[in-house]
Design a protein around this ligand. Structure first.
Ligand code: SF4
Length: 406
């Protein structure tokens, strides 16, 4: 989830600037759709997503506003739909039914032809809800497992246990989900390579179709970051994190998963088409608080706060917190930043077509420097990370932003 462009604005963000809905560009039919459902059972200690413990929150009022935004902005016949959060399965069955019927009415998506992903947490992925999701057109389930040992789940403050992971996977298969992703986090303080090997093996034994394996990041605004700043946590040494990452690649690879993005592994044909849209910097519409959109070269992001979001929609406005036009060098940098995360990398001719700029001319120095260090491969058309480059992906990607282009 962390790789996706739906990060919240910094805390203390200015009040939303209400912009009339018609002022934003209308997405072409077929554009991907993201729907944000921000409510969770608890707030996990590492989480910096726009998500909130749902108890006492105005969930129905939020859904009223969300449905208004879906009707106003959702593209017709989206290629992919992704319901993320938050925890979509935190909603009750009637609420899930309402969201899906609004999406179906607004988009006319065809169940079976469109990739429709729903994020779920084990404690709320009940048999009834999974069956309802499947019957409503969802065909891909992304389960937030995060860890396969109780001690770690408690450390993360997750509201589920390992037994509920097993139950949720069985229920998902029984409901007819043939495309199942498991999200896991590695690199918690004190985790050993043997621990991670055992836990990842236990997750792979559940026979998912896709794995998202993220290293723990101490993001601003999270409980873990505060603990780190107070010296209550000792992050794993870099060389141990590196070893854990190599174990991920080795175990996933030997179990039939192909790495196609720095943190994502899929069985053949099971790559997440929705997330590929983000990494390839293709257009998408995001609705809900904190959701980002990218249409017609313009990127905008909704206010991450629930009440301002609801109030803006009640006034017939979109609660924008950011809006910018991406063109030329900015668009080139963004496409590289996102696309280099993919093992396929980025292609010169496509970037030239989209931005009018030649990758090698603009970033000759960055490409040469990273190639000399053995971090990037460049064949004159395609630029991609080497195996060593994947391990140092963040620093390679940031080098395209921090160095001045020639
Ligand atoms: S369940 Fe997911 S979205 Fe909710 S707090 Fe935990 S990590 Fe964040």
């Amino acid at each position: 989830m962390r790789a996706l462009p739906r990060t919240p604005p910094p805390s203390g963000a200015p009040p939303a600037a209400a912009v009339a809905i018609p002022e934003l560009p209308r997405a072409e039919p077929g554009t991907s759709l993201y729907v944000h459902l921000p409510f969770c059972a608890t707030k996990c200690r590492y989480c910096d997503f726009p998500s909130y413990p749902g108890k006492g929150m105005p969930i129905d009022a939020y859904l009223d506003a969300l449905c208004v935004e879906i009707r106003a902005r959702a593209p017709r016949h989206p290629r992919t739909i992704f319901l993320g959060g938050g925890t979509p399965t935190y909603l009750g069955e009637a609420q899930i039914r309402r969201v899906f019927s609004t999406i179906a009415e607004a988009t006319g998506f065809e169940a079976g032809r469109t990739e429709v992903t729903v994020e779920a947490n084990p404690e709320s992925a009940t048999e009834e809800k999974l069956l309802l999701l499947r019957r409503s057109g969802a065909n891909r389930l992304s389960l937030g497992v995060q860890a396969m040992r109780e001690r770690l789940l408690q450390f993360f403050d997750r509201p589920h246990d390992v037994g509920s992971v097993r139950r949720a996977v069985a229920a998902a298969r029984a409901a007819g989900f043939e495309n199942l992703n498991l999200d896991l986090i590695f690199g918690a303080p004190g985790q050993t390579p043997a621990d991670w090997r055992e836990d990842l093996s236990a997750a792979i034994a559940l026979q998912p179709d896709h794995l998202s394996l993220y290293d723990l990041v101490y993001e601003e605004g999270t409980a873990f970051r505060r603990w780190l700043d107070r010296g209550w946590l000792s992050p794993l040494p870099e060389e141990v994190c590196r070893e854990l990452f190599l174990i991920s690649v080795e175990l996933a690879g030997s179990s039939g998963f192909r790495p196609y993005e720095v943190s994502n592994f899929a069985r053949p044909g099971r790559e997440c088409r929705h997330n590929l849209t983000y990494w390839r910097n293709e257009p998408y519409v995001g609705v809900g608080c904190g959701a980002a959109s990218y249409v017609g070269g313009i990127r905008w992001k909704n206010d991450a706060r629930v009440l301002p979001y609801i109030r803006a929609l009640e006034r017939g406005a979109v609660p924008l917190i950011e809006q910018e036009r991406l063109a030329g060098l900015d668009r080139l940098k963004e496409s590289i930043f996102l696309g280099l995360r993919l093992r396929e990398g980025v292609t010169r001719s496509r970037l030239l077509r989209e931005t009018g700029l030649d990758l090698e001319t603009v970033f000759d120095l960055e490409i040469r420097t990273s190639r000399e260090k053995g971090l990037l491969e460049w064949d004159g058309e395609r630029l991609f990370l080497t195996e060593e480059g994947v391990l140092l992906a963040d620093s390679v990607l940031y080098s395209f932003f921090t160095q001045s282009p020639v």
